[in-house]
Design a protein around this ligand. Structure first.
Ligand code: FES
Length: 521
C-alpha cells in the first residue's frame, strides 16, 4: 500500500479510499454556523452522505429551514467509500423487476434512474462542481451460456423499459466473454467532491450542518420532533433518516441485509486503463472503471461482496487482488477499501414514511450497490413528500409495501439468517484463545472469567476488552481485521476497536470491560 494516511478526510474505515485524499481541499465546510438552540426547524436530516445532503439542499432551496445532523463528518459513511459508478441499470435487473413488480414498474425504475442521472448532471453544471463527472458507456458481459441467456433477457427487458442498450462485439475489459451488451449514457464522479459542492450551496442558502452530532433519541409531541444529541436538542417539524437503517428495531432492520463491498485502486504497468465501466455477472460480481487522481490513472476494481460479519475481509481483499491480477498487469495496489450497503429483500429501495413511526418521519434505504443513484432519487422523493407534492416514484418505493410473491424466498432466507444469529449468539459459547495469544492488530471473542469478551490488542500491546453484545438488538459482534472494527452480523452495526459506533443502527457504544491484569502470567 503506497498511500499515506496523512491529510485525509475521515470515514468509517481504517483503509483509505482515493476520495478521502484531501488534496482537493475537502472536509473544510463551515460547521454549525447559523444554528440557534431552541429554534423550530422545518426539517432535520440525519446523515450527511449523498442522500442527506441532496435532500437537505432540495428542501432548503424550496424555502424550508433545514439542519443536517451528522454523527461524524460529511461523507464519513458509504458515500466516502463508494466506487462511484452512476448507472441507469441496477443490481435488481429489469427482468427481475418486470417479473416481481410488473412492466410499468420497470419503466418507472428506468425513468427514475434517468432522473437521478439528470439531477447529478444538473447540479454539476449549475453549481459548477469540479468533481470529475463524466458520461461513460458501460459493458455487461456473460462468461458462459447460462449467463448469456440471462444477459439476453436483461437486454430485452432494459430496452422495453426505455434504456439505451445494445449488443456489442467487444468487451471493454480483457476478460474472456461469451456475450456482451453496452449501455450508453452511464457515468462516474468523485463522490466527496460532489457532495462537498452540494453542501457549499446548502450552507450558502442558510442551511445548517452539525457535524460530530449523533442523534441518540427523539420524541414527538404536538407535531414537533425533539431530537437529542449528547450536547444539543433540535426541534423540527419533519425528520429524515438518511442513515441507511434508522435506529431502533423496526421494519427496515428486518427487510434489509447489510453487505460489505471491496474495492481496489491499482496502478498498471502497461497503461491499459479501460475507458468506461464494466461488470461481470458472477455471484458475487466484479466491476471495473478508471479514475484519474492528481494526474495518475487508477484502475478501480471492486466486488467479492459478502454479508457483513460473514466472511474474512482480509481473505476477501486477497481474492479481489488475485482476480484483478489475472486480467491486468498490476504494478501496485495503491488503495484498498471497503464500504457497507444494504440489500432490500425484494430488490427495490425503501423510500418514504417510516412504518410505525410518527407521521413526518422519513427513511431512505435498501439501495443495494446503487447508492449514488438511489440516494439522489430518494432526495427528490422525500423532498416532494415533505413539501406535500406528488411524486411518481413514491408508490413504487414506499417502505410499507407488501413484498411481491417472487421475493418471498429471499425474504425468508434473510430473516432466517438474522434469527439464527439471535439464537446462536445467546446459547452458544466458543472456547477461544487466552489474551496472551493475541497478536498486535488482532481481535478475538474469548471466554474470560465466565464472561464473553471482545478483546483487541493494539500495536503498542495494549489490550482493550469490550462487551461484544451489540447495543442494537443483542447479537454478538465479529472482528473485522481488514478494517480494525467490530461488525455485527445481524443488521450491520459497526464499532471501532475502542467500542465507538461507526455505523448504525446502534446509537450506543459497546460497553468497555475492565480487565484485571494481576492475573496475567
Ligand atoms: Fe442489530 Fe447489531 S446491528 S443487533
Amino acid at each position: 500500500m503506497e498511500n499515506s494516511k496523512q491529510n485525509i478526510v475521515l470515514r468509517d474505515s481504517t483503509s483509505t479510499s482515493p476520495w478521502q485524499e484531501a488534496s482537493w481541499g475537502g472536509g473544510n465546510q463551515p460547521i454549525g454556523v447559523g444554528h440557534q438552540a431552541g429554534k423550530l426547524y422545518d426539517c432535520l436530516v440525519i446523515g450527511a452522505g449523498i442522500t442527506g445532503i441532496t435532500t437537505a439542499l432540495l428542501l432548503q432551496r424550496a424555502g424550508l429551514s433545514c439542519v443536517i445532523a451528522e454523527a461524524r463528518q460529511a461523507g464519513f459513511g458509504t458515500t466516502g467509500g463508494t466506487s462511484a459508478h452512476l448507472n441507469t441499470f441496477f443490481d435488481a435487473t429489469y427482468p427481475e423487476v418486470e417479473s416481481d413488480f410488473g412492466e410499468q414498474a420497470a419503466k418507472l425504475l428506468a425513468a427514475g434512474g434517468k432522473q437521478a442521472m439528470g439531477m447529478i448532471e444538473g447540479f454539476v453544471k449549475e453549481l459548477n462542481i469540479d468533481c470529475d463527472f463524466e458520461f461513460k458507456s458501460a459493458w455487461l458481459y456473460a462468461e458462459n451460456e447460462k449467463e448469456s441467456k440471462q444477459l439476453q433477457k436483461i437486454l430485452e427487458a432494459a430496452q422495453r423499459a426505455g434504456i439505451a442498450v445494445e449488443s456489442a462485439e467487444e468487451n471493454l475489459v480483457p476478460v474472456p466473454f461469451d456475450s456482451v451488451i453496452r449501455f450508453k449514457g452511464q457515468g462516474q464522479f468523485h463522490p466527496l467532491k460532489y457532495i462537498n459542492g452540494l453542501l457549499a450551496e446548502f450552507l450558502k442558502l442558510g442551511g445548517v450542518l452539525l457535524e460530530n452530532t449523533r442523534i441518540r433519541e427523539s420524541s414527538f409531541e404536538d407535531g414537533v420532533f425533539a431530537a437529542k444529541s449528547d450536547a444539543d436538542m433540535i426541534l423540527t417539524r419533519k425528520m429524515v433518516y438518511a442513515t441507511h437503517i434508522p435506529p431502533g428495531i423496526n421494519l427496515m432492520s428486518l427487510r434489509n441485509a447489510p453487505y460489505r463491498s471491496y474495492v481496489l485502486g491499482l496502478k498498471l504497468k502497461d497503461g491499459n486503463y479501460p475507458d468506461g465501466l464494466a461488470y461481470d455477472m458472477q455471484e458475487p460480481y466484479h466491476y471495473f472503471r478508471t479514475h484519474v487522481i492528481d494526474e495518475q490513472s487508477y484502475l478501480i476494481v471492486g466486488g467479492e461482496d459478502h454479508k457483513t460479519g460473514h466472511d474474512d475481509p482480509e481473505a476477501t481483499f486477497q481474492r479481489l487482488k488475485d482476480y484483478a491480477g489475472r486480467y491486468y498487469a498490476v504494478e501496485s495496489v495503491v488503495y484498498q477499501w471497503s464500504a457497507q450497503y444494504y440489500v432490500p429483500v425484494d430488490g427495490l429501495p425503501y423510500v418514504g414514511q417510516l412504518p410505525g413511526a410518527a407521521e413526518g418521519t422519513y427513511v431512505a434505504t435498501g439501495f443495494n450497490g446503487n447508492g449514488m443513484m438511489f440516494g439522489t432519487l430518494s432526495a427528490k422523493i422525500i423532498s416532494d413528500l415533505v413539501l406535500d407534492k406528488e411524486n411518481e416514484y413514491a408508490s413504487l418505493f414506499r417502505p410499507s409495501r407488501m413484498k411481491p410473491v417472487a421475493g418471498f424466498t429471499e425474504f425468508v432466507k434473510e430473516n432466517a439468517d438474522v434469527a439464527w444469529h439471535f439464537i446462536a449468539d445467546r446459547f452458544s459459547s466458543s472456547h477461544l484463545q487466552a489474551l496472551t495469544d493475541l497478536k498486535p492488530g488482532e481481535g478475538k471473542l474469548v471466554d474470560f472469567e465466565g464472561k464473553k469478551l471482545a478483546i483487541y490488542k493494539d500495536d503498542a500491546g495494549k489490550v482493550t476488552a469490550l462487551n461484544p453484545t451489540c447495543t442494537h438488538a443483542g447479537c454478538t459482534v465479529q472482528f473485522n481485521a481488514a478494517e480494525q472494527s467490530w461488525d455485527c452480523p445481524c443488521h450491520g452495526g459497526r464499532f471501532d476497536v475502542s467500542g465507538k459506533v461507526l455505523t448504525g443502527p446502534p446509537t450506543i457504544d459497546l460497553e468497555t470491560v475492565i480487565i484485571s491484569y494481576d492475573k496475567q502470567p
